[in-house]
Design a protein around this ligand. Structure first.
Ligand SMILES: *[C@@H]1O[C@H](CO)[C@@H](O)[C@H](O)[C@H]1NC(C)=O
Ligand SMILES: *[C@@H]1O[C@H](CO)[C@@H](O)[C@H](O)[C@H]1NC(C)=O
Ligand SMILES: *[C@@H]1O[C@H](CO)[C@@H](O)[C@H](O)[C@H]1NC(C)=O
Length: 472
């Protein structure tokens, strides 16, 4: 009975669609004649004749697609590898998109696409066994922000801080909606403590140091001062990374700006957006009243005040961890994320200097764990998937194993090619012929995760690829 209902609804949809197509073809045909590809408009979305299946209109509306020229859905089955290491990029024989059997009228392949744009064959990819749930009870995180920004950050925080026993201490401007935000954090498994302070922002930022010191437990090994848009792709990877440093000494671990002009302006310091990690004895030293009060009076802002205070009052010096990323890069940062290198331990500026929603990007880890996030697969038809970031085809084919980074981002503060080599080399010039579908949205649906990658083209129409992940 259920099935016949579905069919009746399908039939009804087909009839309605046919009427719409016919009427719009009759009324709008002459206007679109010069385009060569014909179009129809369904609930305000223009669909070109290249789309020969029924796309998901709800998704298109949510993604603000106004004109569509391709919609392809494909299932991806994440198969756990028996091995405990896999290369960052793997090659597959299977194509990602399937060729349309256009010219072969005598042997038409009815298997090309289902009505709902699904390629019939799923593709299988090898992934590592997901890491066990991380226990980060020895790391405290501190952030100075406003309540609204804190609230907006919780979805991204939940990826790395949710159910890991990590504690987050926020210092915010007084706000009476704090209880709501605490409830939301609790629902996401984030151990958040909010303290209100009417201090001016720079003073509040530096006040995080004694605030973290005061809240330290005997088990605390690291206190991290970070920004509200600092994102850790994998808590397990961060914990493993921090094991390389001695928390029993006065230790200061951080990341530099990727851009030499920025280092020139701000100094050799742990840039705050990358996350600044302080060992217990160091943070206690900085919190001694006479040291703290002197440093709080320094003219320099935020992360700079922390570095200068350390250099002036202690013997500790910065230990640079090149996996902690400030990402002082603007515009198109695809080169950074698409480089064939181990994923960074932290990223920053992802909702300001560039846009790559990390909460959505990491949704796929629900199916295949942190270890499959930002991993790559090279498909037989030349397309490269960087999981959670993009699907691209280079104009000059890039071989697996080539670890150069494409310099795609805008120059800032007079930075040139060489300005980025100390952090990001080896670099290669931008590929202007690269075709990109960028990850724009993701939804967790039961034990599946849907990802939408979009190639935007206002004139010819957007091309949409929906990947549906499940574990196999
Ligand atoms: C189509 O767009 C118009 C104007 O932008 C709007 O009023 C109308 O509600 C839209 N219709 C649908 C079905 O989205
Ligand atoms: C926090 O964000 C949620 C959306 O996740 C929103 O509904 C709520 O109004 C926000 N609360 C505050 C205090 O900004
Ligand atoms: C958060 O951490 C505190 C200890 O600082 C602990 O008492 C509390 O139970 C934790 N809350 C959750 C939800 O884990």
């Amino acid at each position: 009975m259920g099935a016949s209902l579905v069919w009746r609804r399908k039939l009804l949809r087909f009839v309605v669609l046919s009427c719409l197509v016919t009427s719009f073809t009759i009324f709008l045909w002459p206007r679109f004649d010069f385009h060569r590809v014909t179009t129809q408009t369904v609930s305000n979305i223009t669909i070109t004749s290249e789309v020969d299946c029924e796309p998901d209109f709800n998704a298109l509306r949510r993604l603000n697609v106004e004109k569509l020229s391709q919609y392809v859905r494909r299932e991806v089955v994440a198969v756990e590898s028996p091995s405990d290491s896999l290369p960052i990029a793997q090659s597959l024989d299977a194509p990602l998109f399937q060729k349309k059997p256009k010219d072969d009228f005598h042997h038409p392949s009815p298997e090309y696409l289902h009505d709902d744009c699904l390629i019939p064959q799923p593709v299988s990819v090898q992934v590592l066994a997901p890491p066990k749930r991380a226990d980060a009870s020895h790391i405290d995180f501190g952030v100075a922000t406003t309540l609204e920004r804190l609230n907006d950050s919780l979805d991204a925080f939940s990826h790395w801080a949710g159910y890991t026993n990590a504690r987050i201490f926020a210092l915010i401007e007084p706000d009476d909606r704090t209880p709501q935000v605490l409830l939301k954090a609790d629902a996401l498994g984030i151990n958040l403590s909010v303290s209100e302070s009417s201090e001016e922002y720079q003073r509040r930022y530096f006040s995080l140091v004694p605030h973290l010191a005061k809240n330290m437990r005997s088990t605390t090994k690291w206190s991290c001062v970070m920004d509200d848009d600092t994102f850790f792709p994998s808590m397990s990877a961060l914990i493993k990374g921090l094991k390389e440093y001695d928390h029993t000494k006065q230790t200061y671990v951080g990341g530099l700006s990727e851009s030499i002009p920025q280092v020139g302006v701000f100094g050799l310091m742990g840039f705050g957006g990358a996350g600044v990690f302080l060992s217990p004895s160091l943070i206690q030293e900085l919190s001694r009243p006479e040291v703290f009060e002197d440093c709080q009076r320094m003219d320099f802002t935020g992360d700079r005040r922390i570095s200068l205070c350390i250099y002036q009052y202690t013997a500790a010096r910065l230990t640079i961890d090149h996996r902690l990323r400030q990402l002082d890069m603007m515009g198109d940062v695809s080169g950074f994320f698409e480089a064939e290198r181990p994923p960074p331990l932290s990223v920053h500026h992802w909702k300001s200097w560039f846009h790559a929603d990390m909460a959505k990007a990491s949704a796929v880890t629900e199916v295949c764990g942190d270890t499959c996030f930002l991993r790559q697969w090279h498909f037989g038809d030349g397309w490269v998937l960087t999981n959670g970031f993009s699907v691209v085809k280079y104009s000059n084919e890039k071989k697996p194993g080539d670890r150069t980074m494409e310099l795609t981002w805008d120059s800032h503060n007079g930075a040139v090619f060489e300005s980025y080599l100390h952090e990001l080399g080896p670099l290669r010039p931008r590929d202007d012929g690269k075709i990109s579908y960028l990850h724009e949205d993701a939804l967790v649906d039961g034990n599946q995760v849907h990802q939408w990658y979009i190639h935007r083209d206002a004139e010819k129409g957007d091309r949409v690829l929906e990947l549906i992940w499940r574990s196999g």
